[in-house]
Design a protein around this ligand. Structure first.
Ligand SMILES: [Zn+2]
Length: 235
């Protein structure tokens, strides 16, 4: 094993045996590491104090050279913390998406870093931040919705959005193709989101939650990304 010190974001924690956890983090070069963190469920653990998800940390660990062995965390030090009251659904979604990014790439790190800013920005509603996270995840994983004009005939008289057709549809094409008819307002929200015109989304905030649901389904259907079911907090 080789000892490594690197900086990055803590994106996942999973229980392992009685007192241990398996943690995942992404470093500045976009490399993702999975490490065994021993004893972090013990009350006296120093490392546990730095282990809030989303924290920017310095990680000191032994990197396993052999794929059968697990890397082992020695020390974790939070450099920039996410305080619990600031922890929102948008950050949970971001962490779960970052955990599923496969190839190491600095653009994955940049994605996390820039989306974390939205997730922590209280000026932006949690639902809006989550939509921006989902849209940018689409961007880095190559999923796109055609919103310039009708995806079939390129007419500009838009009636609705079709996730099956991957874009906006005009009235004529919708009449031919059928499918679910989303409202024009909902379709306009998709338009602004996929044009990255986030400041123009606010008028349509009634549609934020339904769009989150549809976009998650769309992403799952297109690349198999899964989304954890919301857990009710019991404390
Ligand atoms: Zn058309």
């Amino acid at each position: 094993m080789a000892e490594i010190i690197t900086k990055g974001f803590l994106i996942a924690r999973n229980d392992y045996q009685m007192f241990d956890e398996v943690i995942t983090f992404i470093n500045e070069f976009g490399n993702k590491f999975v490490c065994l963190a021993q004893g972090t469920k013990r009350i006296e653990s120093h490392n546990a104090r730095s282990m809030q998800l989303g924290n920017f940390c310095e990680f000191q660990f032994f990197l396993a050279r052999n794929e059968d062995k697990m890397s082992r965390l020695m020390k974790i030090n939070a450099i920039e913390k996410v305080e619990w009251p600031n922890f929102r659904q948008s950050l949970i979604t971001l962490n779960s998406l970052a955990e599923q990014l496969i190839y190491p790439d600095t653009k994955n790190y940049k994605f996390y870093e820039s989306m974390r800013k939205y997730a922590l920005d209280k000026q932006i509603s949690d639902a809006k931040a989550e939509l921006i996270v989902l849209r940018n995840y689409c961007k880095i994983t190559g999923i796109d919705l055609h919103v310039n004009d009708c995806v079939v005939c390129h007419n500009h008289h838009i009636k609705t959005i079709s996730f099956e057709r991957h874009g906006l549809l005009c009235g004529q094409c919708f009449d031919k193709l059928k499918g679910h008819e989303f409202s024009l307002e909902f379709s306009k929200l998709v338009f602004h989101l996929f044009k990255d015109e986030y400041s123009k989304m606010d008028k349509y905030e009634d549609h934020y939650i339904p769009l989150i649901t549809h976009l998650k389904q769309y992403i799952t259907d297109n690349n198999g990304t899964y989304f954890a079911k919301k857990k009710k907090r019991t404390i």
